[in-house]
Design a protein around this ligand. Sequence first.
Ligand SMILES: Cc1cc2nc3c(=O)[nH]c(=O)nc-3n(C[C@H](O)[C@H](O)[C@H](O)COP(=O)(O)O)c2cc1C
Length: 328
Amino acid sequence: MVDLKTTYMGLELCNPVIVGSSGLTATVESIEEIAKQGAGAVVLKSLFEEQILMQIDKSMEDMPAAFRYPGAEDHLRYFERKHAVDEYLTLIRNAKKAVNIPIIASINCISSGDWTHFAKEIEAAGADALELNIFILPSDPDISGEELQKRYFTIIKNVRKETSLPVAVKISYYFDAVAGMLQRLSHTGISGMVLFNRFYSPDIDLDTETMISGLPYSHPEDFVMPLRWVGLMYGSVDCDMAATTGIHDASTAIKMILAGASAVQMVSAYYLEGTEYIATVISEMRQWMEEHNYTSIAQMKGRLSQGNLREGALYERVQFIKNFQQQS
Ligand SMILES: Cc1cc2nc3c(=O)[nH]c(=O)nc-3n(C[C@H](O)[C@H](O)[C@H](O)COP(=O)(O)O)c2cc1C
C-alpha cells in the first residue's frame, strides 16, 4: 500500500501536494474546495507588511526607508483599503474551522519593522505555521549583498521572538553565494524553506510603449532552478524544503521529492487547469510510486539528491562536459 504522508515544518501532511500562496487560497470557499480535492496543506494568500503597518497607523516618518518614496502614502492607503488585517485573521479562523488540513499563513515582507508582532496574532487565530515571503529584489546598487542578507536574519529573529509557530522562509535565488546563505538561514531555527519565490516579471507593451507586468504564471521548464538547489542542499540544511516554481504535473512533483523536497507548492498549474487538477496530481504520484515499488514518501525523499548520488559533486560537471562535447 502506498502512503503519501509527509512531514513538513513539523506538520503531518496527508500528502506532499500543497497549494501555494495565491488568489486560490484567499477565501474559505476555495480553501474548502482545495481540501476536497485532497491537497496536503494550503498556504494562504500573503498579507503585506505594509498592510500591517497601516493598521497600526504608523506615520510616514516612522516607515522603513524602503517605503519612503514619492507616492508611497497613496500606495499604502491603497493597501489599507483593499485588504484589512482583521479580515486576514478571520480568514485563518474560518479556514481552520472549515477544513482539517494544515493552514499556513503568509506574510510578504521586506523589513524587520514593527509589523513582526503580528505573528503573535496569526498564532492566536489558529494558523498551523507561518511562511515569510521575503521579497527583496537586490536592485539598489548602494546596498551591499551583506547588508541585504542581514535583513533576512533580522526579520527571522524578530518574527521568531513573537511566535512559537513553525516558520518557513520563501526566498529567491538572488544571493551571491546561494548554498552558504541557504545553509545559514536554516540555522536560524526556521522549520522550512521554500525554494524559490517567483518575482512578477516586467514586460514591455510594444504598441503603447509602456511597461506592463509579465504573465503571472510560471512555465513548466522553470522547474530546473528549484530542482537543482533542492538536490544540492538536501542533507546540508537543518530544515525541511518545499519546492515551488514550474511544478505543473505529478512527474515534476516526484522529481522534487527525489531531489530532497518534503513537499511541493503548486499554483500556476491550478490556475490553468482548475483546482480539480489537485486530485489528478495526487493520484498520478501514487500510481508512479506503485509502479516503482515505493510505499512511502520517506523512501523517495532525497534519493537522487546530490549527496546521495554516487558521483557526488562530480555529477553535474561530468554531465556538463558530456553535453558540450556532443554538441561541438
Ligand atoms: C496569481 C498569483 C498570485 C500569487 N500570490 C502570491 C502571494 O500572495 N504570496 C506569495 O508568497 N506568492 C504568491 N504567488 C506565487 C506562488 O505562491 C508561487 O510561489 C509561484 O507562482 C510559483 O509556483 P508555480 O510555478 O506553481 O506557479 C502568486 C502566484 C500567482 C500566479
